[in-house]
Design a protein around this ligand. Structure first.
Ligand code: ZN
Length: 143
């Protein structure tokens, strides 16, 4: 039904009749059909854009509230992860590093995790589950 409504709104000024649109296109290559497939693509892109914004916003909120209610910030990043999976949006790496991939805890250096540098790697130890996350950092030698 929503497809139909969108077609009506953007295709052929809503005058799609039995015998074609105002421009005289009658077959399946009519401008309305092209527009409808374009609209579907755009809608997908739009949904992904919104999902990306929501993920960013949830991490911001988790950051703000982590001091007062850490369990709530864990919930926020859990939601962000779910949104990312549902709409197949990648969580940016700098945000991904703020969550424990083992237990899903929001990581705040000095409070919920420990950050150390070891052999050209950043080692983050989660205080909740005790597991480690490692990722390389750039040194002058391996840029
Ligand atoms: Zn953990």
């Amino acid at each position: 039904m929503s497809d139909f409504l969108i077609n009506r709104q953007i295709g052929c000024r809503g005058q799609m009749a039995v015998n074609g649109c105002v421009e005289g296109h009658v077959n399946k290559h009519c401008c309305t059909h092209e527009l409808s497939s374009m609209a579907r693509k755009n809608r997908k892109k739009l949904i992904r854009d919104i999902a990306q914004q929501q993920i960013k916003r949830l991490f911001e909120l988790a950051d703000v509230i982590s001091e007062m209610r850490p369990e709530l910030s864990d919930r926020y990043i859990h939601l962000a992860k779910q949104i990312g999976m549902r709409h197949r949006v990648r969580i940016p790496s700098h945000l991904k590093r703020r969550m424990c991939k083992h237990c899903g805890k929001y990581l705040v250096p000095g409070r919920t995790c420990r950050v150390r540098l070891n052999c050209a790697r950043v080692v983050i130890t989660c205080h909740a589950c005790g597991k480690q996350i490692r990722y390389p950092y750039k040194t002058q030698g391996n840029q």
